[in-house]
Design a protein around this ligand. Structure first.
Ligand code: NAD
Length: 341
């Protein structure tokens, strides 16, 4: 068995070959498909270890054919050291044999799947005529969120704000080629007051209030992305009390999501219930909806299986000889050591 090694450069190559829009569309479709097969999945909250500098997490999920696990971190001060806030490695295991078939960079993939998850939620919860996307926090995830949401909603204008002007400049440069009207704002309030679809994707510590309830217009859909750990939230809790709130996995959201501040009673549904039609998404123009996203392992299962199939089809990545041992006699592992006596 020679697992496929897929590096960050390979992911870049694949996206280039498939085309960014098609790559995102395929991932959104795969995620929806996985959500519709929810009862076939094994899903558990991720295992998070908290450290003063950040969090390191193991995220396993399975659909009975594949077992995927991602190791990922969240270190808000990393950019000051020239490092990413979030970096990830994924392993895809074939359930039948238990052998890993792929080891992959999952950092770009995490950004794509975070964008895809918010896109799926936006598709089912936002007003279908949402034209203005607001983004508070234009860091590493922001372009992925913006372009993914743009695949499912008729977004024409993006209003954006970050406390770091350099991050706003970077966002503008990266998104400029995609034909959206870009409007820099001078506060989170200005963004929230204009948005039909609002994304909060800030990195920070503590229970913050990046967006206040009073700033939201009726009918806004919020993708709350940056509140994703115990004691790390972004929204005025009143928003959650007034809104239709959808989470990825209730058990995990109650510990890590915005809803940790208000409790279970504020949660309307898990995303799979809305995607599979068990519970209606938006039912009126005026209701405020919130996707309280923390990032869940089933999203990485969708992303890693998607990447594996694409990489295999396109011949991208390389099979690594010798990464796993293959003794002639599977009961004689010791023979591989070839020790001199
Ligand atoms: P990043 O550090 O690259 O970007 C975060 C940005 O937020 C920075 O540019 C920072 O200046 C800005 N910011 C901080 N406080 C702000 C405020 N009050 N108003 C406006 N801007 C502010 O981080 P990233 O990789 O883009 O991730 C963003 C957040 O999303 C992080 O908190 C991360 O943990 C989280 N995240 C969630 C998921 C998920 O699935 N829900 C996935 C990946 C990352």
């Amino acid at each position: 068995m020679r697992p496929l090694l897929v590096t960050a450069a390979d992911v870049v190559e694949l996206v280039g070959r498939v085309g960014l829009g098609r790559f995102i569309d395929g991932l959104i479709a795969r995620l929806e498909e996985v959500l519709r097969r929810w009862r076939e999945l094994t899903v558990v909250p991720r295992v998070s270890f908290q450290y003063p500098a950040g969090v390191v997490e193991a995220m396993p999920a399975s659909d009975g054919r594949w077992y995927a696990v991602k190791v990922v971190n969240g270190h808000p001060d990393n950019p000051r050291r020239g490092l990413l806030t979030v970096v990830a490695l994924g392993v895809l295991v074939e359930v039948e044999t238990g052998y890993p078939v792929m080891v992959a960079d999952a950092t770009l993939l995490t950004a794509f799947r975070t964008g895809a998850a918010s896109a799926v939620a936006t598709k089912h919860l936002a007003r279908p005529d949402s034209r203005v996307l607001g983004i508070v926090g234009t860091g590493a995830q922001s372009e992925f969120l913006c372009l993914s949401i743009g695949r499912v909603a008729p977004i024409e204008e993006v209003v954006y704000y970050d406390v770091d002007p350099a991050a706003m400049g970077k966002f503008e440069r990266n998104v400029r080629p995609y034909g959206l009207r870009l409007t820099p704002a001078s506060s989170g309030r200005e963004v929230a007051e204009r948005a039909d679809v609002l994304v909060t994707a800030t990195a920070g510590r503590g229970r913050r209030r990046v967006v206040e309830r009073a700033w939201l217009r009726p009918g806004t859909h919020v993708n709350a992305v940056g509140g994703d750990a115990p004691g790390k939230t972004e929204l005025d809790p009143q928003i959650l009390l007034d809104a239709k709130v959808v989470v990825e996995l209730l058990e995990q959201a109650l510990v890590e999501g915005e809803v940790q501040n208000v409790g279970k009673g504020a949660v309307y549904a898990e995303l799979w219930e809305v995607v599979s039609g068990l519970k209606p998404g938006r039912v009126s123009r005026d209701e405020i909806t919130v996707f309280d996203s923390v990032g869940a392992a089933f999203e990485d299962l969708a992303a890693l299986t998607y990447l594996y199939e694409l990489a295999a089809a396109e011949g991208v990545g390389r099979e690594v000889e010798g990464l796993l041992p293959s003794p002639a006699d599977p009961k004689d592992l010791f023979s591989l050591l070839r020790l001199r006596r």
